[in-house]
Ligand binder design. Structure first.
Ligand SMILES: CC(C)(COP(=O)(O)OP(=O)(O)OC[C@H]1O[C@@H](n2cnc3c(N)ncnc32)[C@H](O)[C@@H]1OP(=O)(O)O)[C@@H](O)C(=O)NCCC(=O)NCCS
Length: 178
């Protein structure tokens, strides 16, 4: 079933559904509930870039015509002449635990290595977010270590695990003649 998940750009009709993904701990997932935020912010960014800007982006995760969630990436400066991407993901509660998170992250890694020149894609997740750690491993990421005290949530600081995947660890499908 997981291979039926597809990615596509965010359409205007998706924006209110995406807002609903982050409006409370049940919708966000307990590890991703960081309080309410400006509901117009994403809409403004969508109007400017379609959420496909130079410094990052967001795309929908779909199962046929059903909205499953979103995956996003943002620029991380790694040196004077280098940057990589950091991934984020959130699935609607009813679609979690079915392999879609692993597959969506595998697909966005392939997309980003195919269409941008970065060498490294990283992802961090809280030390107790076992589902995301396992999903990242299944998507080809390598666990690098613990980032102590980096996530603030529910009134205290939490440790995170950082993962990465490098360009030469991924075999891109040949899209046909150049
Ligand atoms: C984290 C998330 C993206 C993972 O995607 P998912 O589709 O639910 O995960 P998958 O079904 O691909 O499962 C990946 C692995 O984690 C395991 N897993 C899933 N849910 C789990 C849970 N609650 N506890 C422990 N393991 C779990 C699965 O069994 C699977 O491992 P396996 O194949 O070895 O059995 C998704 O659950 C989600 O959106 N959660 C809320 C938001 C969030 O936490 N985002 C990540 C922020 S860093």
């Amino acid at each position: 079933m997981a291979d039926l998940v597809t990615l596509r750009p965010v359409a205007e009709e998706d924006l209110s559904w995406l807002a609903g993904l982050t409006n409370g701990p049940a919708a966000s997932g307990v590890h991703e509930w960081h309080g309410w935020s400006d509901p117009q912010r994403r809409r403004r960014r969508w109007a400017e870039t379609g959420l496909l800007g130079e410094d990052g982006g967001t795309v929908m995760v779909m199962l046929g015509a059903d909205r499953v969630g979103q995956v996003s990436w943002r620029k991380v400066i790694t040196g004077p002449a280098a940057f990589g991407w950091a991934l984020g993901i959130g699935l609607a509660a009813e679609f979690r635990g079915r392999g879609y998170g692993s597959e969506a992250q595998r697909q966005i890694v392939h997309y980003l290595f195919a269409h941008t020149q970065v060498n490294r894609i990283e992802a961090t997740t809280e030390i107790t977010n076992v589902a995301e750690q396992r999903a990242l491993e299944k998507a080809g990421f390598t666990r690098e270590g613990v980032l102590r005290g980096t996530a603030f949530r529910q009134g205290r600081w939490h440790d995170q695990i950082i993962y990465s995947v490098l360009r030469d660890e991924v075999t891109l499908e040949d899209a046909g003649p150049a």
